[in-house]
Design a protein around this ligand. Structure first.
Ligand code: SF4
Ligand code: SF4
Length: 303
């Protein structure tokens, strides 16, 4: 079983559109029925918007613990407010109350309360979902605003996808990765067979690509690069290609700017299914053909 992760140094590079197109193209190939999809961008999961899957299962995701005051036994001594270094405890309307967003879960207040009125409670930090899409099973999740532990939720999404792939002898897990280089990216990259980096030919895009390539390299995962909206700034695209050539990283294709991608998103469809003859669909199909058959050792291409 192989894992392909699609990454970018920042959000909005077209990563999810490419993931959705790859899911569609894979479902048209010999790999039909042998792929699992995972959306590891738990802070802003949107693969489901394109694939419109049928929800099968959902679970609460428990994050870290936060302090909660029992107002029935609190004597309003104020010790907890004094000891809290995160300014999470406030006095209002005659009561000490804890702001769960500001609370860091250090538990210092618990030990300073003379009446044992403070307890640490697990918080529901998000939701985990399993759905069936028209291109295969999809694991995805939603971390609530202000919550931490996104890396843990990414790991859960990937673990469940991987387990189903192993149980059912599926050959490929396609992961829509989180943007950036932080904790969720590190969780998402772990165990990947190949990372497809989606780069944009802008100054910021080139800088972000360098950072994500360094992260992927650090974890020993092979990376290839595709350039999205390559024609909006050709010299930036040239710079990316030159950098990749010098670094021994394969540039697997260039996707032109194409409004069809946005139209496909609005229609809730992968661009390769929505308008296969469009310039972006042709380029994405060529990228798919360049990397997927050799990753899985397939003989044939998209049918
Ligand atoms: S657990 Fe720590 S951060 Fe949270 S309210 Fe208590 S002292 Fe403040
Ligand atoms: S330390 Fe305990 S008793 Fe004192 S204000 Fe805080 S919760 Fe109430």
């Amino acid at each position: 079983m192989k894992q392909l992760i699609i990454l970018s140094g920042k959000g909005g590079t077209g990563k999810t559109s490419i993931t959705a197109a790859f899911a569609h193209l894979t479902a048209q190939s010999e790999l039909a029925g042998k792929v699992i999809l995972a959306d590891a961008d738990v802070d802003a999961a949107n693969l489901e918007l394109v694939l419109q899957p049928k929800l099968i299962e959902q679970q609460d995701f428990k994050g870290g613990k936060v302090a909660v005051i029992n107002q029935n036994t609190c004597t309003s001594c104020g010790n907890c407010e004094t000891v809290c270094r995160f300014d999470a405890i406030n006095y209002a309307d005659g009561l000490y109350v804890i702001d769960p967003i500001a609370c860091d879960g250090c538990a210092a207040c618990v030990y300073q309360c003379p009446t044992q009125s403070i307890a640490m409670q697990e918080q529901i930090a998000g939701k985990f979902y399993f759905s069936e899409s028209r291109y295969g099973p999809l694991y995805h999740a939603n971390l609530f605003p202000g919550q931490e532990n996104s890396g843990k939720l990414v790991t859960l999404v990937k673990q469940r996808a991987r387990l189903q792939a192993l149980d059912e002898n599926r050959e490929l897990v396609i992961v829509d990765g989180p943007p950036g280089i932080g904790c969720p990216v590190i969780s998402a990259v772990s165990g990947a067979s190949l990372a497809l980096i989606v780069a944009e030919p802008t100054v910021a895009g080139v800088h972000d690509m360098h950072r994500v390539l360094q992260t992927v390299k650090h974890f020993g995962v092979r990376a290839v690069v595709c350039i999205n909206k390559a024609d909006i700034y050709p010299s930036g695209a040239d710079e990316i290609e030159a950098f990749c050539r010098e670094s021994g990283i394969e540039t697997v294709g260039k996707i032109p700017f194409d409004l069809t991608v946005a139209s496909a998103m609005v229609a809730g469809e992968a661009v390769t299914a929505f308008r296969p003859e469009s310039a972006s669909s042709v380029a994405i199909t060529q990228i798919w053909e360049k990397i997927i058959p050799s990753l899985i050792n397939l003989e044939s291409k998209v049918s």
